[in-house]
Design a protein around this ligand. Structure first.
Ligand code: MG
Ligand code: MG
Length: 273
């Protein structure tokens, strides 16, 4: 692993393979969570399942015990579970999911010395069409951002792509939280904001691995933190969405090291009975 510029680590092919493997465990976990999310389920039970799943794969939950820049309170769970107006960093608890909720499940897996980080916003039962649209367009913003993650581009190209897509629909882009480098540490340089200008910021190059994670609000983009030291909510109480992949630059092009394929697969099974 070569260190270029300040704190940006360039990964070797072996390092990227390790992240691919962490990412596979994480992606399979999302497939299982997808099957479990339903009306009547307690969010704490999703977290208990996730922790066991990760440990059973000889891996470690990246988030449990994590002390962020938000303060000294260690994160108590393996999943961040953020329901409706909670944008990110929600704590699993005794809340019972109800019809029409949307629930962002963010998770990190540490395996063979490397982390992977991925989030998906799940639908609970039947959600309102305008919320459905928010989720679809946030997902599309992620995919469009990933497409800009190639050698020679800059971080700002990703940021601008995500921002311009989300703002086309009048949605808000959260400014206080950003994507990040991923590697031996869960959060590395560079920061990957979901807003910014084309051609600005650090240059992208082969071997960089970053988490791209648009956090998009249906109304105002302003957020507030709850007294628990973690939970971030929209100030207007409107819903938000969050989708995240860990992406490496391989042969000059983006390669998602996490995938939602297991989620899509599990949902097909559900629909087909
Ligand atoms: Mg995450
Ligand atoms: Mg992240």
């Amino acid at each position: 692993m070569l260190k270029v510029k300040e704190n940006i680590f360039i990964k070797t092919a072996t390092d990227i393979q390790a992240i691919r493997e962490s990412g596979k465990i994480l992606s399979k976990l999302h497939g299982e969570i997808s099957k479990m999310v339903a009306v009547g389920v307690k969010t704490l039970d999703l977290d208990i399942f996730a922790e066991k799943f990760i440990l059973d794969h000889n891996a470690t939950p990246s988030f449990k015990g994590y002390k962020g820049s938000q303060g000294s309170i260690a994160f108590p769970a393996s999943l961040c579970i953020s329901v409706n107006s909670v944008v990110v960093h929600g704590l699993p608890n005794h809340y019972i999911l109800k019809d029409g909720d949307v629930i962002s499940v963010d998770c990190g897996v540490f395996y063979n010395g490397f982390h992977a980080d991925s989030a998906y916003t799940y639908r609970v039962g039947n959600i309102k069409p305008e919320v459905e649209k928010l989720l679809d367009e946030t997902y599309t913003a992620l995919i469009k951002g990933i497409a800009k993650c190639k050698s020679g581009n800059r971080i700002g190209d990703i940021s601008h792509e995500i921002q311009s897509h989300a703002e086309k629909f009048g949605y808000g882009i959260v400014r206080e939280l950003v994507g990040h480098g991923v590697g031996r540490k869960l959060h590395e340089a560079p920061e990957v904001p979901n807003f910014g200008k084309q051609g600005k910021g650090p240059k992208l190059m082969n071997g960089m691995v970053i988490a791209i994670e648009p956090m998009v609000t249906m109304g105002k983009r302003t957020v507030k933190q709850e007294k628990d030291g973690w939970t971030i909510k929209t100030t207007d109480g409107l819903p938000s969405a969050h989708f995240e992949h860990t992406v490496g630059i391989v042969d000059g092009k983006p390669e998602a090291l996490t995938t939602f394929d297991y989620i899509v697969e599990s949902q097909k099974v559900n629909y087909n009975g």
